[in-house]
Design a protein around this ligand. Sequence first.
Ligand code: AMP
Ligand code: MN
Ligand code: MN
Length: 316
Amino acid sequence: MRLIDEVGNAASVAVSGHIRPDGDCVGSVMGLYLYLKKEMPEAEIDVYLDKPAEIFDCISHIEDIKLEFNTDKIYDVFIALDCADDRLGNARPLFEKAHKRINIDHHISNQGCGDVRIIEPDRSSTAELLYDLMAPEMLDVEIATALYIGIIHDTGVLRYSNTSPRTLQVASELIKFGFDFSDIIQKTFYEKTYVQTQIMGRAVLESVRFMHNRCIVSMVSRRMMDFYQVTPQDLDGIVNQLLSVKGVECAIFMYETGTLEYKVSMRSGGKVDVAAVAMRFGGGGHVRAAGCTMNGTYHDNINNLSIGIAEQLDLA
Ligand code: AMP
Ligand code: MN
Ligand code: MN
């Protein structure tokens, strides 16, 4: 299947992704935006997203993202990537009003939304899935760079178990365009600012293991974020660092988003299905990486999450 068959001869197309966009979200949204501009030069193509982290400034035309906009506009086609409509944030009304709504995602927790639903949970990333929906002859170095960033961010640089033979084939096709992939991996994935490193150190230092050391949890409060002058985007990678502790099967990281409100990220080594745990609290994700937003104190949230985790570890 080719995406262009679904987009047809639309005069206006918009692309968006989820709130607090991660690398796959930014890479796939920008990759598709650049692709559609090339495939449909006569059409009006727009891109909506929360402001991406500065590390993604290497993606061509990232400044085209519309941050402030009128939600009354009616597009012929609106494409929601890497999420269902409930995580589109401010762009959601535009999706709902569009004449044709297309949803492309790889989250197992997403039932799909809109008129055309392309949901493939076996895909490492939305970027990998998009590659197979694009006409290869229309790709260029800018589109390839964006898609490659999407793939490496959702696979931990082709390392997580969601990496399939197809993922590696797609990555191999993409690097043929000649961009400096080594530099991109370093600058967008591994490199951290000083304060990002400090807050990660603090979160690791204050982490606590429980359930016979098979789980680990840590938290960053609003006060800590103020102290280190960091934003939620600066907290990426902390939960993965916690999971790398020997013997840990499930890592939980939370940061305070409001009074008695936390954004929760979970990672699993494979034994625990963290998407199932997150779905109990209105969130979702993948078996080994999932998230949700929870209301309550830090300790209440740990207790509530622990019930679902303990059942899966046969500790309930
Ligand atoms: P995070 O821990 O926020 O990096 O998210 C891990 C994975 O779960 C990513 O694939 C997210 O897109 C997904 N995810 C996080 N929060 C939610 C949520 N509230 N609903 C659905 N999926 C989520
Ligand atoms: Mn994502
Ligand atoms: Mn993704």
